[in-house]
Design a protein around this ligand. Structure first.
Ligand code: SAM
Length: 249
């Protein structure tokens, strides 16, 4: 099933709708005295609806926990600062996506392996992941292509810290930068990888055109560049719309 564009752009709307459906199906909201079984059922239904409607699997634990969190908030009568701390933690993990409206969801192994194959014939490939999350794609390239140089650029502080810690094993070949992706100059790269949202794609393409060398590649997971015909489309396992769009500069 294809989601309405508003839910594709703001997955949180899908999550809220799924929570409301969960409460409706269970017939109860997370009141302080509701048994854990009902809360678990509510969360499981919300998670199932989210994934069935095309939401990322990363929503599953959040959707499962939300009824318990609401109940805890009601039962313990939490002070205002607790909610403030929650907000700060969310910003630390998701803040990078506020401007570009890009949430955190991660590339799967098949996507990472496809990048290896796209770069495989270059003796010392250079690639960058703009909006790198925990840095999985570039870490995979650093592991698989020892002659290369790879950069992960991530704006959310805690996510970037996670990527940086995970990159410790590859000190010279893998860099993690805490930065806005728009500040990264693309002139040195053979391949630029993005997994963002429809929103920034026209600007990403303009940046590629302005900065990348002819013959180099832009690879976008899931979100095509509007109005441009990709050189290749690589289907990925998982979501129905999961594919890599490969554009040659
Ligand atoms: C969908 S995740 C993709 C993670 C990773 N590229 C992967 O494929 O596994 C997108 C990431 O981009 C980050 N992001 C969004 N806007 C950004 C920006 N302007 N600069 C840097 N990172 C950004 C978000 O914080 C999020 O971690």
């Amino acid at each position: 099933m294809r989601l309405p564009p508003i839910c594709q752009r703001y997955p949180v709307i899908l999550a809220v709708i799924a929570q409301v459906c969960g409460a409706f199906i269970v017939g109860q909201v997370a009141t302080p005295d509701l048994p854990a079984l009902w809360l678990g059922l509510h969360g499981a239904i919300a998670a199932a609806i989210t994934v069935a409607l095309g939401g990322s699997r990363w929503w599953i634990p959040f959707q499962m926990l939300i009824p318990f969190a609401i109940q805890a908030g009601l039962a313990w009568n939490l002070p205002g600062w607790v909610w403030l701390v929650c907000l700060v933690v969310i910003v630390l993990f998701y803040g990078g996506g506020v401007v570009t409206r890009v949430p955190l969801y991660l590339s799967n192994q098949a996507a990472c392996q496809a990048l290896v194959e796209l770069l495989g014939d270059r003796p010392s490939p250079r690639a960058v992941d703009l909006g790198a999350g925990f840095g999985g794609p570039m870490r995979h390239l650093a592991q698989t292509l020892p002659g290369g140089f790879f950069v992960s650029v991530e704006a959310s502080p805690m996510t970037c810290l996670g990527a940086w810690l995970l990159a410790r094993g590859f000190p010279r070949r893998l860099r993690v930068r805490w930065a806005d992706l728009w500040s990264e100059h693309l002139g040195v790269y053979d391949l630029v990888y993005v997994f963002l949202s429809p929103e920034p794609m026209p600007r990403i393409w303009a940046k590629v055109q302005a900065e990348m060398r002819p013959g180099t590649l832009l690879v976008s997971n899931t979100f095509p560049v509007p109005g441009e015909i990709p050189e290749r489309v690589i289907d990925l396992p998982g979501r129905a719309d999961a594919r890599l769009y490969v554009y040659r500069r």
